[in-house]
Write a protein that binds this ligand. Sequence first.
Ligand code: AHR
Length: 507
Amino acid sequence: MNDAFGRLDPHREIADIDRRIFGGFVEHLGRHIYDGIHEPAHESADADGFRRDVIDLVAELGVSTIRYPGGNFVSGYRWEDGIGPVDQRPRRLDLAWHSTETNEVGLHEFQSWLDRVDSELMLAVNLGTRGTQEALDLLEYANASADTDWTRQRVANGRPDPFGVKMWCLGNEMDGPWQLGHRGADDYGKLAARTAKAMRMIDPGIELVVCGSSAHGMPTFGSWERTVLEHTFDDVDFISCHSYYQEHSGDAQEFLASGVDMATFIEEVVAIADSVAATRKSDKRIMISFDEWNVWYLHREDGTQSGEELKDKGWPVAPRLLEDQYHALDAVVFGDLLITLLQHADRVRSASLAQLVNVIAPIMTEPGGPAWRQTTFFPFSITSRLAGDRAVQVPISGGTFTSARFGEVAAVNAVATIDEDGVSLFVVNRSTTDATQLRVDLATLVATFGRALRVTESHLLHEDDIYAANTLQNPERVGVRPADATLADTELSLELPAVSWAAIRLS
Ligand code: AHR
């Protein structure tokens, strides 16, 4: 057993937490919408065809904002296809996912589902096959209150009040060669700036996200951010980061260092954004919308990419796509990614777990059958529920391991959040070999609170079989159990098995 020591001092505040850091992402992709959240024939479906069992699980997950409708899908999407009488909506080819889009669910239906799960809409506009005018049309339709042709259509379609969508993404992954309408940073930066300026003429109160890199490892990473921000700095509020992680060749230890990559990615984008600010002598700070993050087995060991299987199978409606099954190890890495986002809460003011249901998702469903929680559900729901108002650093000294990519990496990583009623600690043991006894000094914290604290909740996610997963046949194989946590005087003691994630609530 290794020893590790930490200090939880409320004076080491990182920032207040923007709840949008606990956002999600729903794309028209595979069985996410159809046969996922929307299955009219399912026994739990409500009058609008939405599965109530899924609604309950999404609400339990605690997702603040939800980015919609894509993803790669949005770069070929005509948003008008999704409004008006459902039986008159066109069926279209979805080039991104080689599927047929029925358009049974569009803006109005999705908003009504969001009302049920108590989440806020974040919209992406198509800057792939379309441009500024179509983005303006959608914004006018969604947010304008003047009497116009678009707003009359909105009213006729059952929505007298504007949707009032606050956050808008200026396209999706425009740096990616796979993206419909992919273009260079200079072209995209000019288009994004033009579109942003025009959108603000309709609604100056919106917040705009410009596309950053679709992965930290993109060949254009860095120069893309710089060029795009040089064009759009005055017009946008956020730049996006996207990142997916997976275990390669059975190297669990290297996979467990994924949080280091995410931290570096964030810090490098912040440095670039602030250097663009410096050259303009501006004190404006561009924030990060980490609007796609997750574990995703994108690259298979045979070299193919997940999703490629569709290309020879015609144009199916709602095919099974990207239905990754997550194991305990994935959930520990995932918990560490959430810790990493909170450690950067000063600049990561919005993030979207990609995605929510069936497609690289914490929630799975079977048509006509049950819905269940994947292993990754637990770190998200617990962190979202327990996270307080402010994020606080928890420096830890203890064991390390050697990563091929990152050198010496701390085995234990943690962050805390504080609110009026207490403190939540989120911690991960990334070591594949060594359990750790973590002791955290709470003296300053207790003095600041002016009263004794006690452990009111503790959760440990750990499996001796790190590849254990929840499946249709065994949906509750992996879950959380109480952690071995004790508070004596002003010291918290917590036992962390190798490859584990824990959350402790002190009130
Ligand atoms: O989340 C799946 C896909 O990953 C999204 O459509 C795209 O934006 C990213 O490449």
